[in-house]
Write a protein that binds this ligand. Structure first.
Ligand code: CA
Ligand code: CA
Length: 168
């Protein structure tokens, strides 16, 4: 009596451990435009209101290394600014892209951030902005830590205000 032929699956099956041929395509990417507003910012000026601007960073390869992407304009004497200048971000669906927003009260026209009063910050990720409430986040700004103030000794322990980020 002849042995029954091997079932086809057993004959053809071997596992090389390699990725399946139809692995997810690499790093799909899209550009998003992010606009920033703030509400109820703390007033750090004595004779007028704070003059806010926002600095936007992306985290580098090592944790805690930040690359500045851009800054908004200064909106003078306004605790509820809607910044006109937006930030353009390359969004990679499959990467954790950590970002940081810092809000300052401008006290001069210097580019040096230690020349301005630090109002507050928010650390989040691009994915959470895209994923939350149809592209709109609203968070309390975090009080900057002492470490954020190597040269700038004037800061507040008061609630700094709220930041709103919207994707266009
Ligand atoms: Ca002012
Ligand atoms: Ca000021």
């Amino acid at each position: 009596m002849a042995a029954p032929p091997y079932p086809f699956s057993q004959q053809a099956s071997f596992n090389t451990g390699a990725a399946p041929p139809n692995a997810p395509y690499t790093n799909p990417q899209s550009k998003i435009e992010l606009k920033i507003s703030c509400r109820n910012l703390v007033d750090l000026d004595v004779f007028s209101k704070s003059d806010p601007f926002c600095v936007f960073y992306m985290q580098g390869a090592t944790k805690g290394s930040w690359r500045e992407i851009g800054r908004t304009e200064v909106i003078w004497d306004n605790l509820n600014p809607d910044f006109v200048k937006s930030f353009i971000v390359d969004y990679f669906f499959e990467e954790q892209q950590v970002v940081k927003f810092e809000i300052y009260d401008a006290d001069s026209d210097s580019r040096d951030l230690s020349q301005h009063d630090y109002i507050g910050k928010l650390v989040t990720s691009v994915g959470s902005i895209v994923g939350e409430n149809g592209g709109r986040i609203k968070h309390q700004l975090q009080v900057p830590s002492a470490k954020d103030f190597e040269r700038n000794d004037k800061y507040t322990r008061k609630s700094p205000g709220t930041i709103i980020g919207m994707i266009y």
